[in-house]
Structures are given as C-alpha cells and as structure tokens.
Write a protein that binds this ligand. Sequence first.
Ligand SMILES: Cc1cc2nc3c(=O)[nH]c(=O)nc-3n(C[C@H](O)[C@H](O)[C@H](O)COP(=O)(O)OP(=O)(O)OC[C@H]3O[C@@H](n4cnc5c(N)ncnc54)[C@H](O)[C@@H]3O)c2cc1C
Length: 458
Amino acid sequence: MKTPISTSSLKEKINGKIILPNDDAYDDARSIYNAMIDKRPALIVKCKNKKDVQAAVDFARTERIEVSVRGGGHNGAGLALVDGGLVIDLSLMKDIKIDPENRTAVVQAGCLLKEVDNATHEYGLALPGGIIGTTGVSGLTLGGGIGYLSRKGGLTVDRLIEAEVVLASGEIVTASKNSDPDLFWAIRGGGGNFGVVTSFTFNLLPIKNVYAGPMFWPLEKAHEAMKFYDQITKNASNDLYGFFAFLIVPPGDPFPEHLHSKNVCGIVWCYTGPMEKAEEVFKPIREFGPPILDFVGEIPMPDLNGMFDELYPSGMQWYWRAHFIKELTDDAISENIRHGSNIPTMHSTTHLYPIDGAVHDMKPGETAWAKRDARWSQVIVGVSPDPENADTVTTWCKNYYDGITPYSDGGAYVNFMMEEGESRIKASYGDNYGRLKKVKAKYDPNNFFHINQNIKPA
Ligand SMILES: Cc1cc2nc3c(=O)[nH]c(=O)nc-3n(C[C@H](O)[C@H](O)[C@H](O)COP(=O)(O)OP(=O)(O)OC[C@H]3O[C@@H](n4cnc5c(N)ncnc54)[C@H](O)[C@@H]3O)c2cc1C
C-alpha cells in the first residue's frame, strides 16, 4: 500500500479533522487503551458525521490505502489502528437520542459505554453492555457485548433494532430485520468486517438501580466457591448475574487493610429483580463461606458499570486470551485455581462471564454470534502499568489459557482475543462461519475492511 500523496481532496469533503504524523496531535490521536500496541498510521481522520465516514472510505478505496476503524479504542489486539494506513476515527460522533416511551436509544458510533449508561439512566433505562465504562459501544456491540445484564436482557447485539452502515462501496444503508437482513444478521457478532457502523438503534431495559457489587472468599475456599457459584447460578432466575474472578485485592480504599494485596477469589454480583426480594435472594449466598468481603447493596446501574474504571485507566500493558466454557468440571476448577493462585501483578485477573439466561433465548443461527449454548465466556488478562512486566503478564496469560484449553468448548468471544489466526476465528463462529463468509463476499468482496478479526469473503 502506498502512502497518500495529498489529502487535500479529502480535506475539502469533510467537516472533521485530518491528523498527519507531523502534527502535534498525532501521538495522542494514535494512542489507544492497550499501551502494548504501538502503531503508526499514515493519517487519522476524525469524522464528525456519516458523510465524513463515507468520504474517508471513498478516499481510502480510491487511493488504495489500508483502513482501520476506531470506536472507543479499547480493543486488546489494537485493531483500531493500522500501520501506514488510514484510521477512520469515530470518537467525535457522540450523539445519543433516547425515546423513553418506546424504550429505545439511537447512539452514534463514537460513544463510550459510560456515556450511554448515564444518558439512559436518566430515564430509568439501561442497555446491556460491558463491565468497564470507558469501552467503546461500537466495537463491543459489533463483537456481541457481554455484561451484567446479559442474563436478563441478552447480549448488546440482541437489543439492536437497526444500524446505519457505510459500506466498502461508499453506499450508506440502514440494516435491520427488514432492510439488508443479511447484513443485519452479520453485524450482530461479526465485528467490523462488513462496513463502518455510524449509529446504532437499541431497545433498552427498564432498569434503574441494581443490588450489586463484589464479594470475596479466601483462596483456600476457591474450589468450594466455584462449585457453589456453578450451582447457585444454574438454578437462579435471569434476575441474578454474577461473574467469578481470581484477583489480587487492590492495596487501598475502599478495601480493608488486612485484605490489601491478598490473592482471593470473588464474585461480582448484579441482581435486577424486585429490590424488596434482594436480601432473601442473597441470604444463601451470604451464608456460604462466609465471604471475607461483602460490598453488595443497592446502587444505580451506572455506578456498577463504572465501578472498576479507576482501577483500569488507559495506558497499561494488556495481554488477552479467552475461552468459551460449557461446564465447570472438578479438573477445570483445579486448573483455574492453579493459575488463579499465581496472578503475577495486581491488575491481572480472570473473569468467567455468564452467557446463559436470556443469551440462550436466541438460537445459534439467529445472529452471527454463535455461542448460544455455552455457560461462560472466560477472559484471562495479564495487565500491568509497567512495560517491564509485559513478558511476565503475557507468559502467565498464555500458560493459563493453555491449561484451560482441554476444558474449553472451542473458540472464544472475538472481542476478548488478540490476533490469533484464522482457525481461532473460525472456531469462534462455529456453524455460522460459512454464512458470514458469504455475507462478506456480498458486502465487502475485496476485503477492504480487514483490520479486525477478519472473515475472508467466500
Ligand atoms: C478494560 C476492558 C474491559 C472490557 N470489558 C468488556 C465487557 O465487559 N464486555 C464485552 O463484551 N467486551 C469487553 N471488552 C472488550 C471490548 O468489547 C472490545 O475491546 C471492543 O473491541 C471494544 O470496542 P471499541 O469500540 O472500544 O474498540 P476499538 O478498539 O475502537 O475497535 C475495535 C474494532 O472494532 C471495530 N469497530 C469499532 N467501531 C466500529 C464501527 N463503528 N464500525 C465498524 N467497525 C468498528 C473495528 O474492526 C476495530 O478494529 C473490554 C475491553 C477492555 C479493554
């Protein structure tokens, strides 16, 4: 790919900004959440609207420049950026329109989860999203979207009504069940393979406050705790959600001093049923152990979604691995404890995110997101603010992943993957992979959008 000789033709067409390597703003504009990634695009186009996106797509196609798309810049593999290419940066596109009567939100593609959470909360509504408020709505949604409300309301893509998409041809279409239905099917889990989504229309849940927060148990209780967790969530209503974690307790407020820097296991709960029933629901949970820390109580939904934002600021080293898990066998539990007891840094962790409940209401072929029969999406992240620890956290993460592989259901949630090759992507989409390749051939036959978990055209 050649570097563009002149950007003047693009400049004339857009309302946003073009940032080039010699500009003061360049380093800031090319930095993303994961500081392990260091890519140098030839130009970054900060788009203000769909016409800007269309102009950037047309320019890159005509000039034969590689393109990446940046929503919130959170992707672990750094797929928001492209070396020597053009970044379509959506971060200035922040409009959110709520229709409280119909419980819908039209969200522009540059929004972060916390911006959507705060906007919907004002109306007593919520969108199932992720567990960190600074994550981009765009990338999270297109890959699926797993979070505290998954058991109650499904994946983020399960709440999608329609999306406005700029295709590789430059054409702008609205994808929904009735309009470009193949495209609508594919973008619900197929990632950024099919075009640049400029806005999403979501159906929201009537949720304002939740009974939620973390509970910890000592590592010696980990085997029993995982068994207990497995059983209680298996039989629970969709109102109860909890992700299991191995972690090191942060050495500071609000955690009690005797727990600081201790390696523990825990569950972060989110109960969305009637508040007057919450104590009763949590009675058996509180009786187990008992927990060595219990921060569970009634809080506004955005407080839960933002609870860990300060702990995980932008600019740390991140290495990711993931699995889909159907069953927590005794051997799988032992292997989790082996690696979970050996966490190399305070920020490194593993989470088992439930993907049962309402996620299973959809059939595997109903959306591109195929895994409608697994119970958990496990993520293992090696994280450190210190670049010197990059190798240590990477090695721990890879070893943990290898240890769990025999108990995995094959593949992983694409949004939790690094660049791991075509066979991993294929395994993640299972029986939907063939149809995804056909839809790719229809909407992007030349694989113009390939800086992503790439699905090659059939
Ligand atoms: C700290 C942290 C916590 C997370 N927690 C969760 C969680 O709880 N649940 C969950 O499901 N995921 C979670 N994730 C993973 C997250 O879903 C992915 O990192 C996702 O890619 C982030 O979206 P983004 O817009 O910020 O990504 P970006 O890095 O901006 O983009 C990632 C990729 O998405 C595509 N893309 C982005 N926007 C568009 C668009 N508008 N049109 C077309 N393609 C686009 C592009 O292919 C791009 O390569 C978390 C990530 C981090 C770092």
